[in-house]
Design a protein around this ligand. Structure first.
Ligand code: NAD
Length: 558
């Protein structure tokens, strides 16, 4: 059974339907979601177990994957499996209300938390990079980031141009990978014309094939002409251009080409595997990386400096520039560019007011594999939240625009109070059989209460608590106590080793009363920690949300 499920790394596919491979849905759910992370439709490089985000893996090695699958197939409903950086290390007797899997990924003692030490340990086979939802088995393909990116572009429109409708506006970005690939579709959903630069034709092909990007231009002149014409006609359009951002961005500055918004989503948080230096032809990059990593990193650093210098020039040209959570600015500053932080990160610029209300990237996946289950849930949520304008627009557009990757799934930003409503509604749909098999409900680690990341989610907190990492640990402990189906704590996701600590959770909706009780607890507690964290930092929006939601926060001035 193990070989059939995961013997061939190029052909993994989660089982579909309602027949179980594991002993119950409690263990079938993590099994299917682990395998789904490695489905070639979902994972960027399944042969290396890499799901997305540079080197974010679902399991440490092929043997470790087999061992996790073997263990999940036999795991009982009063047992808990422990996974240490992608390797199953223990099964303990717990109880039926406890999580079935607990995961710790990529954690290092703080004074040792550097990329060089991490790579040394990784090469010794002792750890793996889990990114956020790669090692915690709730990545759902590029759609996962799509709603967040749409939300961010709309919020930027609202803030700078007085409307979330970006018709007639232009955006420049780079990076069309697992997550960066959401940018073109999110931009066109918001109405904009966007130019996306990527150095790897494979990334561009993938986005063309999944309809995330509309078209590819052969030259920079051609790309600019298409984007400018679309914006002039207020026609949404996304154009990919093959090129290196460290060449193309300075060239655009030199030509005086302005864009309304400028950002970047190359995987610069990990410059060795996620950023291609401009000096090296793309075809030779992998060879140099393997042969002389030190030289590769020097060249990557020079390119990142040139890339960010151009972004700072765009600020001077009057464009709204923001960092999109990949630590590009941090790497540029480390490379000697003093002015690297002269533009803000996207969280303080646009997302924090949402986090204060516990709003973040809520998602669910249909374990049946049947897209009709997601359609049923889409309809139910539109009926449940008639006044949520962004949700209504998103759920109206998403079914026509989003090609599912792997198990059908949906993401939708929801906040404290609404998440529990949505979770219970989904459980009820499973119970009455309108949804054909259980559903898992989880979220990104990029959420309001689950991450400490001073260059991203907790950049510029108003009480200066950016680097305090107690919060994500409390979030994970609370989700464990509340009975999530699996819970994870990771290090380094998004912005790289040394720069973040974050937690994830997934909870099963199998239509039972037990699931309803767990969903009620977990989906209240989890976003509740986001409201708590921001109330503690003194944000008025969070204090208001705490009062409205009746949260019990002993130290907050409620
Ligand atoms: P990925 O590794 O799948 O893709 C990176 C892409 O960048 C690849 O297609 C690569 O060819 C391209 N690239 C690398 N160097 C380039 C260069 N110099 N010029 C042009 N293209 C270049 O990574 P991903 O999953 O798309 O993630 C991208 C980054 O976004 C990561 O750093 C990740 O941590 C960050 N991220 C941000 C958010 C957010 O909410 N803002 C969320 C998750 C991740």
């Amino acid at each position: 059974a193990v070989e059939a499920l995961c013997g061939d790394l190029s052909a993994i596919r989660a089982p579909r339907g309602s027949a179980l491979s594991a002993r119950s849905w409690q263990t079938e759910a993590p099994l299917r979601m682990l395998l789904n992370n490695l489905d070639p439709e979902v994972a960027e490089h399944p042969q290396e177990l890499v799901v997305y985000g540079g080197s974010g893996r679902a399991a440490r090695s092929h043997d470790a994957l087999r061992a996790i699958v073997r263990t999940l197939l036999r795991l009982a409903d009063d047992e808990t499996l422990l996974v240490q950086s992608g390797k199953p290390v223990g099964v303990f007797r717990t109880h039926e209300g406890a999580p079935r899997v607990l995961i710790a990924n990529s954690l290092l003692v703080p004074a040792w938390a550097s990329w060089s030490e991490f790579r040394r340990l990784e090469a010794a086979g002792l750890t793996m990079f889990g990114q956020m939802t790669a090692g915690s088995w709730i990545y759902i393909g590029t759609q996962g980031i799509l709603q967040g990116t749409y939300q961010t572009f709309c919020a930027a429109g609202e803030r700078h141009f007085g409307s979330p409708d970006l018709s007639g506006r232009t955006i420049l970005t780079a990076g069309l990978g697992g997550m960066g690939g959401a940018q073109p579709l999110a931009a066109t959903m918001a109405g904009a014309a966007i130019l996306c630069v990527d150095v790897d034709q494979r990334s561009i092909d993938r986005r063309l094939a999944t309809r995330y990007v509309d078209e590819q231009a052969g030259t920079l002149d051609d790309a600019l002409a298409r984007v400018r014409a679309a914006a002039a006609a207020r026609r949404p359009l996304s154009v990919a251009l093959r090129g290196n951002a460290a060449d193309v961005f300075p060239e655009l500055v030199a030509r005086g080409e302005r864009f309304d918004l400028v950002t970047d989503q190359t995987a610069a948080h990990d410059p060795l595997t996620g950023y291609v230096p401009a000096e090296v032809p793309f075809e030779e990059a992998a060879g140099l990386r393997a042969r002389d990593p030190q030289r590769y990193l020097e060249l990557a650093s020079q390119s990142i400096v040139a890339h960010v210098r151009a972004m700072c020039d765009f600020v001077r040209m009057g464009c709204y520039v923001f960092d999109y959570g990949n630590n590009l600015r941090g790497e540029a500053r480390a490379g000697g560019l003093e002015e690297a932080f002269s533009y803000p990160g996207f969280v303080p610029a646009y997302i924090r007011p949402l986090f204060c209300r516990g709003i973040g990237p809520f998602r669910w996946a249909a374990l049946s594999g049947d897209p009709a289950d997601i359609a049923v849930i889409d309809r139910a949520l539109r009926a449940l939240f008639p006044d949520d304008v962004l949700l209504q627009r998103w759920l109206a557009m998403a079914p026509g625009k989003v090609a599912f990757q792997g198990l059908p799934a949906r993401i939708c930003w929801l906040g404290y109070g609404d998440r529990v409503k949505a979770g219970l509604a989904i459980n009820e749909l499973v119970r009455v059989g309108e949804v054909s098999a259980p559903v898992v409900i989880g979220r990104d680690h990029l959420d309001s209460g689950s991450v400490a990341s001073p260059y991203r989610e907790t950049e510029a907190m108003q009480d200066g608590s950016d680097a305090i990492a107690d919060w994500p640990i409390l979030n994970a402990l609370l989700n464990t106590a509340a009975g999530a189906t699996w819970v994870s704590v990771h290090h380094g996701g998004g912005v790289g080793i040394g720069n973040s600590i974050h937690a994830g959770m997934v909870v099963l909706a199998d239509g039972t009363a037990d699931a309803a009780a767990r969903l009620e607890r977990v989906l209240t507690a989890d976003p509740g920690t986001g409201v708590m964290r921001h109330a503690d930092a003194g944000y008025e929006e969070a204090l208001d949300a705490a009062r409205a939601g009746g949260l019990d926060l002993p130290s907050a001035p409620l």
